[in-house]
Structures are given as structure tokens and as C-alpha cells.
Design a binder for this molecule. Structure first.
Ligand code: ZN
Length: 456
């Protein structure tokens, strides 16, 4: 089963942040969290009894077409997110984000699943332990991170439909930096649906995978005949952290570390290697596919780690693309991994959405056969260096990142972050090196076999 993900574009709901003069209340500077702070009071008290925020725009709000004005201070460094708080009340849920510098924000809503997306210029998140929603308010969960170079994003998953207030920016006072206040007011589903949708400028940008590919970096070296091109694709990244390990290891960090190791080993062996990401940044799934196609890659290796409610389940597995018919476990995996773009708030409204049922033609069937052969070769090599999933370690699933019709591609689930011993070994340099070496041996075998003509 492939999840049918459709987000209906409605109309632009672009809200530009603006500065408000925080008229002095006469209060002396207080340390962070001081009770004399009006925001702290508002978070603690019932909204009905909270004082109204003084509101007097000091500057005209930026024009809607201007997009996000660059953040940062006069020194040119990135603004820092210092803290985040959630106030949950019957009539509203309030987010307060404290920043070192003022930034322009834009908030908009998306349906199916219902979310609030808050975009801002790239900021550094230095939030220690982010506050968790209790479930009492409208917020189910939320996440934040770098969405793409130059942009940070916060995505709030909703438990009920809301109306989003204009983000309010309050200048520093009482020992706090700049604070952004966003209120979510409960509303009717119908009203939420009508207001939800992508800002037009983002829609144009997010939806076109080919356009996204143009943003991708050029290959490091011009293609030399005889040198095979391998694209390494560490999954998730930035705002999308993937699975959380029982030991605190995050999937996005594990697969980036493994990807960098594998890239180094393959380069040493003479391959032209390109990574879809080499830092903690989010890359939409169609862009990953587009990168591999644009580089005319001979092989794409996507790296992930899995989780299972049964903490006893352990071992590595490798997935190749199927034609939409998955067993239940494979379908579950596909659902988890294909969530990435939803998690990061990417538009999936295109008709040719990669999570739509995949139609496979004969040419692609040949690509899938090549992918499967590599998967088997890789399992043969990996067998001696790590635990392999006991039952059917090579599986087929409808994975959005594997759909390039002309690039053989596999997705390696390195192990289960929900399993204690898997998570522990995946956290060691020794294991990561052994696995990178084994995959590289498989790449060698794969291409030497092809060159020798033993593979069609
Ligand atoms: Zn993953």
C-alpha cells in the first residue's frame, strides 16, 4: 500500500512578521524566566486574565512579495534561537521563540495531515531541551531545523484545526532576546481547509523536482570515461531527524556519518562520488532522485536506519523498488520513509508525486533488476561484518527515493535503532568502517561483473 498524500492548494496565506515596539512597562531588567516578564505571565496564567501585548508597529511590515528578508545581525552571523516555550490554554496554544536577532517569519497551514509551517531565514538552534506539548492544546508535536541552505523551518503537527495569528516580534526586554509569539486558536475543520495551502512563491519552488535539481551542486569532477558515478544518499536531515535510537542516536546523524565514510572509501577506489547531502540539511525526496538522474549515476545508495515496536527485531536489510505490491512489513517501511517530505512540510500536491502509485515500464524493470543484483551482492558482503535481518533481508517496497527509472538504486536500512545492541554497534566508528568497506567491496564486484559482461 502506498499512502495517498494529497495537499490541496488553496490560496496564499503569507503572513509577514513585523516588529512591535514594546513600550516600556517600567519593569526593571529581570533574569530569564522572571515573573515580571509579561510573556512568562501570559504563559503561566489563563489567557483571559493575561494583559494584552502592547502593539505598535515600529516599521511597516515587509511587502508580501519580498519573501523572507535575510536574518542575521550587523556582523553577518546567523540569528540564534535561544529558547522555545509552549503555553497551552483552552482557547489558544501559544508558541514563544526567543531569538538573538529579529527575523522575518512567515506562517502558513497545510492539510492532510493538518500542520502549521513557520519559515524563517537560517538560524542556529540552541534550544537545549525543547518543551513538549502536553496534548491539552492543539499541538500534537513539532520539530524544527534547517530546511534548506538559507532557510530554517518549524513544522507543528496539529491535533485539531486552528487559525494562526500573525507572528508578533517583541524586542528584547527583561533579560530576553527578541521573542516571536504565535498563537493557534481552535477553529472549524472547514475553515481550516479553506485557509490552508502553499504560498505561491514556495509552491513554485517546492513542486518542481527538475527545478530543484538545478539547485543541486554540480558534480565535483567532470565525468571521466571508465569511472563509475555513485550517489550516496544519507536519509532525512535538518528538520527531519528520522528515527530516534534507544541510545539517543538520531537516524539523520548516523546515516550522514556512514555516508561520509562510504564516500571516502569509494573515492579512494576511484569512483566519482556525490552525496545528496554532506551536512545536517533537509533535502526533499524528489530532489534526491533528481540529483542522481542529473548526474547520470551508475548507482544510488540511500542510507537509513529502521525502528520497530518489537525491540527484539534487529539486523540490516536492503530495499529495492517494487511496482506497488508490498507485503505488510515492506509497506510499513515505505510509509515511514516516504513520510520525510510530510515531516518537513514539503508540497506533495503534484500529480506526479513520487508517493503516487508507481507505474513501471520495461526500461525501469531492467533498472530494478540491476538494483536487485546489487542488493544481493551487498548482502553477501555485509553478512560477514554485521547482523542481517533474519527473515528476507532483501525486500521490495514503494520507496519514493528509489523511483529514478534510469538509476539502479537501493535503500539500506543499516539496522534497528529501536534495538539496544544494533543501536550500540551503529554508534561505533569500528562498525561504521566495516560496513562502509563491505558496501564498497560490493560496489567493486557489481561493476567488475558488469564490465566483464557477466551481468547484462
Ligand atoms: Zn529513514
Amino acid at each position: 500500500m502506498v499512502p495517498a498524500v494529497r495537499i490541496k492548494p488553496f490560496y496564499i496565506s503569507a503572513i509577514a512578521g513585523f516588529l512591535a515596539v514594546f513600550a516600556g512597562t517600567g519593569a526593571l531588567a529581570q533574569p530569564a524566566g522572571g515573573t515580571d516578564d509579561p510573556i512568562a505571565r501570559m504563559l503561566q496564567s489563563a489567557p483571559g486574565s493575561a494583559p494584552n501585548l502592547p502593539l505598535a508597529p515600529a516599521k511597516a511590515p515587509p511587502s508580501q512579495g519580498a519573501g523572507l528578508a535575510p536574518g542575521g545581525n550587523v556582523q553577518g552571523s546567523q540569528p540564534i534561537v535561544l529558547s522555545a516555550r509552549i503555553g497551552e490554554h483552552a482557547d489558544r496554544t501559544r508558541f514563544v521563540i526567543e531569538l538573538s536577532d529579529p527575523v522575518n517569519l512567515r506562517a502558513f497551514t497545510l492539510t492532510n495531515p493538518d500542520r502549521v509551517v513557520v519559515d524563517m531565514p537560517e538560524v542556529q538552534w540552541r534550544v537545549g531541551a525543547p518543551p513538549r506539548p502536553s496534548g491539552f492544546g492543539s499541538v500534537k508535536s513539532y520539530r524544527y531545523g534547517v530546511f534548506r541552505k538559507g532557510n530554517s523551518r518549524m513544522v507543528i503537527d496539529l491535533s485539531r484545526p486552528v487559525t494562526v495569528s500573525d507572528p508578533l516580534v517583541i524586542p528584547p526586554s527583561n533579560g530576553f532576546g527578541y521573542r516571536v509569539v504565535i498563537d493557534l486558536f481552535p477553529t472549524q475543520q472547514g475553515k481550516f481547509n479553506v485557509n490552508a495551502g502553499w504560498p505561491a512563491d514556495l509552491k513554485a519552488r517546492e513542486t518542481n523536482a527538475e527545478q530543484l535539481a538545478a539547485l543541486a551542486a554540480e558534480p565535483e569532477a567532470p565525468r571521466v570515461t571508465g569511472h563509475k558515478v555513485v550517489v550516496i544518499d544519507p536519509g532525512h536531515g535538518g528538520i527531519d531527524s528520522g528515527t530516534d535510537g534507544v541510545n539517543g542516536l538520531m537516524e539523520k546523524d548516523l546515516v550522514l556519518a556512514e555516508g561520509l565514510k562510504l564516500a571516502a572509501v569509494l573515492k579512494e577506489r576511484g569512483y566519482i562520488v556525490h552525496m545528496t547531502r554532506d551536512s545536517d540539511v533537509f533535502i526533499p525526496l524528489p530532489e534526491r532522485v533528481a540529483i542522481a538522474r542529473k548526474l547520470k549515476a551508475d548507482l544510488m545508495i540511500s542510507l537509513h536506519a529502521d525502528s520497530n515496536p518489537d525491540t527484539q527485531v534487529s539486523g540490516l536489510s536492503i530495499y529495492t523498488l517494487n511496482d506497488g505490491r508490498s507485503d505488510r512489513e515492506a509497506a510499513g517501511l515505505a510509509r515511514r520513509e516516504n513520510q520525510s517530505d510530510i515531516i518537513a512540510g514539503v508540497d506533495l500536491s503534484r500529480e506526479d508525486s513520487p508517493v503516487a502509485p508507481i507505474l513501471i515500464d520495461l526500461a525501469q524493470r531492467d533498472t530494478i533488476n540491476r538494483s536487485s543484483r546489487f542488493a544481493e551482492t551487498a548482502l553477501g558482503q555485509l553478512h560477514s561484518v554485521t547482523d542481517i535481518l533474519a527473515r528476507t533481508p532483501h525486500r521490495a517496497a514503494s520507496l519514493a527515493v528509489l523511483v529514478a527509472p534510469d538509476v539502479p538504486a537501493v535503500l539500506i536500512e543499516l539496522g534497528y535503532l529501536s534495538n539496544e545492541s544494533d543501536a550500540a554497534q551503529m554508534n561505533t566508528q569500528a562498525w561504521r568502517q566495516k560496513v562502509a568497506d563491505a558496501i564498497a567491496r560490493a560496489v567493486d564486484r557489481n561493476f567488475s561483473a558488469s564490465a566483464a559482461g557477466t551481468l547484462p
